[in-house]
Design a protein around this ligand. Sequence first.
Ligand code: UD1
Ligand code: CA
Length: 454
Amino acid sequence: MTSTLDIVILAAGKGTRMRSELPKVLHRLAGKPLLGHVVGTAHALGAAQVCVVYGFGGEAVPQALADERLTFVLQAEQHGTGHAVMQALPKLADAGVTLVLYGDVPLTRAATLEPLAAAAQAGKLGLLTVNLAQPDGYGRIVREAGRVVRIVEHKDASAAERAIEEVNTGILAVPTRPLKRWIAELKNDNVQGEYYLTDIIALAVRDGVEVETHQPAYEWEVLGVNSKVQLAELERIHQGEIARALLEAGVTLADPARLDVRGSLACGRDVAIDVNCVFEGRVELGDSVQVGANCVLRNVNIAAGTKLDAFTLIDDAEIGEAGRIGPFSRIRPGTQLARDVHVGNFVEIKNSQIDEGSKISHLSYIGDTTMGRKVNIGAGTITCNYDGANKHRTVIEDEVFVGSDTQLVAPVTVGRGATLGAGTTLTRDAPAGELTLSRAKQATIPGWKRPTKK
Ligand code: UD1
Ligand code: CA
């Protein structure tokens, strides 16, 4: 039987080089706080407890992650990584193992961390190291006869030690009982006057605990964020990985470098996505869906065969099969389009249900509307859903034809098969099957002259 895994995430640092009021770990990568990525990985590892050590920014960090299953521990002053872990010790189960992660190192894969946890389960100290051609600033892994004996911080290292290319990622796993002992022994007699977590390596070696090192499959897994430059670099790396996974799943991407997924994107077969599209929240694209350039989709399901033209924005909506949307359409929350619905350029739809085969092709606002099948909405049609205080619904039944430049003043119902003449301002219900219009008779004034300047 394996002992329980507690995960401690260090997230107390200020992140001075971010030049921001926001605590570093709350800056977003792929739309989610850096810390949120690490918390997600911790849960994926099946942690019994995820303990976040926070400090800079006060309650902003616990508040931002309030809905997660987390234990928060305050490190009021930051006296080093060892001091940070010390704050969490009372929360950790003696019989378990502890894995230390960092709130500003967002992209470590669970598969890379599993062998470290396993090493700790086996009574060893699991340490994640990486070889860097430019190891400046990192703690160096000092080995004797191939075995790790200690870690020396860059600032405390000799010239010979600084030549070592194997560096400490900071990530380690260890049985909790000896961890508590070693942390209690830490001293801050170093160049930075800090309690270094890294000093536990030498203590483990002293106590005969084997140090087992592992390396990540990709260097980006252990890259931290200290500046906006590094944040932007990691964002591109992460998006590149998402794009690669989509390509491998058979999605056509016009350019994998011009795609942003900030959430989850699930695609059927033969989906094609043009350049500069942004996907937020949960987005699902059915088989053969085509997404034109510069579309923004947030919390949307798009059924099979639908084509979105360029510059379409859809937020919190359900789009049926074989639809045609865009270019320049905006579909807002609470909208459901049935199959084969056409929505054209400069059309805004909000909180409306549009049934099969209906067309709203140009320059319209449809809000709080229930629309039947095979309705044709002429250019420039507006539902006047708001009276300045309340919203009202418009009902347009099957096979209605609405002439151009019509206003439907809600609440109002247009009966099945009715026709509304162009330019109508409809303030009362229009009966089924009839032509209704509210238009002044056309007149010509004989001999009328335009005024001239006096
Ligand atoms: C640390 C390691 C170094 C390793 C490097 C990898 C130590 C002593 N050194 O150095 O061997 O190569 O990471 O990036 O551990 N933090 C707190 N509270 C504190 C201090 C730090 O929460 O009191 C957090 C910081 O917010 C940061 C992380 O721990 O996210 C690392 O701290 P930092 O001081 O930046 O350590 P490094 O000097 O990078
Ligand atoms: Ca650092």
